[in-house]
Write a protein that binds this ligand. Structure first.
Ligand code: SF4
Length: 350
């Protein structure tokens, strides 16, 4: 558990973190990326943290990877690269940095460490987990292999290193259907997201897709009735769902795609009004870049993603605490599953 009072005492001894409208004004180039969704008063509170973190990054030769579900002050204020979990893991291998600060959840930091074992990977809050990653263990994979002998195991990247190591190949929400379709076997095991698997099963009818019963606590909350009601009460709104949503929700949507797929769709289509059926920060992080789109309607917050704050990032980078380690044998096996996905995706031109 975090000792927040001790953490704050440590930070206040070293940094002046008093809200500062003057400092905020001097960093207007950063603020311009989030001014639609962050008030000037909040920016005056965030600015001292953003400056301290950005200065410290240079000192430590660190790079910050920010997931699309991070809050705007993290995504736009301190992240060097934003994206979905796979984009960030690949970026981790490309950057010439000694330290990577993963602004996302724990499995993402593990994936970065698996792919870049020589780098120090920091997780600002080790308790930033994921309901999908927590739903299955390596024993669960073995249980599925016993139930479906000979069937390959395609595992979503939202899993621990042990689970990736026990699997044959990984997938993301943007390449899952193609990865499943490319397997030699008629029966394909998908873990751990039952809804992603069911959505893939619909898109790849030539395969017998079987699944583990995990789910994302953010996306499973949406119902098809919610979408139908919303469409009736807000005609003309484009409904855009993440494939971790149940299949009847995806069926009601106008488009379904991964977080990067959603960004591309909204950027290309520029609908007048859009409802993003996913985590709340997605819309906030693209709002300023798309002033012609009105983002409307309800969203669901991921409590794990929201554990990452500017304060925790500053503390982690200052003290170099929260270093992620993965057992070398497990990392080597997990790397194979991730690398097979990257290689197959390239081969398929995804
Ligand atoms: S949004 Fe869902 S899948 Fe993503 S980290 Fe949160 S619980 Fe996990």
């Amino acid at each position: 558990m975090f000792d927040l009072p001790a953490q704050r005492a440590h930070l206040s001894e070293k940094y002046d973190l008093t809200p500062s409208p003057e400092l905020a004004a001097s960093m207007s180039d950063i603020y311009d990326r989030m001014s639609r969704v962050v008030s000037p008063a909040d920016w005056a509170i965030f600015a001292p943290y953003v400056k301290a973190i950005n200065d410290l990054k240079a000192e430590r030769n660190a790079v910050i990877l920010g997931h699309n579900y991070m809050t705007p002050e993290i995504y736009h204020g301190i992240s060097d690269f934003g994206g979905d979990s796979l984009q960030l893991a690949i970026k981790a291998t490309e950057v010439e940095a000694d330290v990577i600060v993963q602004c996302g959840v724990h499995f993402m930091a593990e994936t970065s460490k698996i792919l870049s074992p020589e780098k120090t990977v920091l997780m600002p809050d080790m308790e930033a987990g994921c309901s999908l990653a927590e739903s299955i263990t390596a024993e669960g994979i073995e249980e599925m292999r016993r139930r479906y002998p000979g069937a390959p195991v395609v595992t979503y990247v939202n899993t621990t290193a042990e689970v990736k190591a026990a699997s044959d190949i990984c997938c993301t929400s943007s390449n899952a259907a193609q990865i499943v379709a490319a397997q030699d076997s008629h029966t394909v095991i998908m873990t751990p997201d039952q809804y992603l698997a069911q959505n893939v099963a619909r898109d790849v009818p030539q395969k017998n897709v079987v699944w583990w019963e995990g789910s994302c606590i953010v996306h499973e909350q949406y119902s098809a009735t919610d979408l139908r009601d919303f469409r009736e009460w807000n005609p003309g709104t484009r409904l855009i769902a993440h494939p971790e949503c149940p299949p009847d929700v995806v069926a009601e949507a106008d488009f379904s795609g991964s977080t990067s797929g959603i960004i591309k769709y909204v950027t290309d289509e520029k609908p007048e009004k859009a409802l993003l059926i996913t985590e709340c920060s997605m819309a906030s992080n693209i709002a300023d870049a798309l002033p012609e789109v009105e983002f409307v309607g309800p969203c669901n917050m991921c409590p794990y993603m929201k554990k990452i704050t500017l304060e925790k990032v500053l503390f982690s980078l200052d003290t170099m605490t929260g270093q992620v380690e993965v057992d070398a044998d497990i990392a080597a096996k997990a790397r194979l599953s991730v690398q097979r996905m990257i290689d197959l995706s390239r081969q398929l031109g995804i």
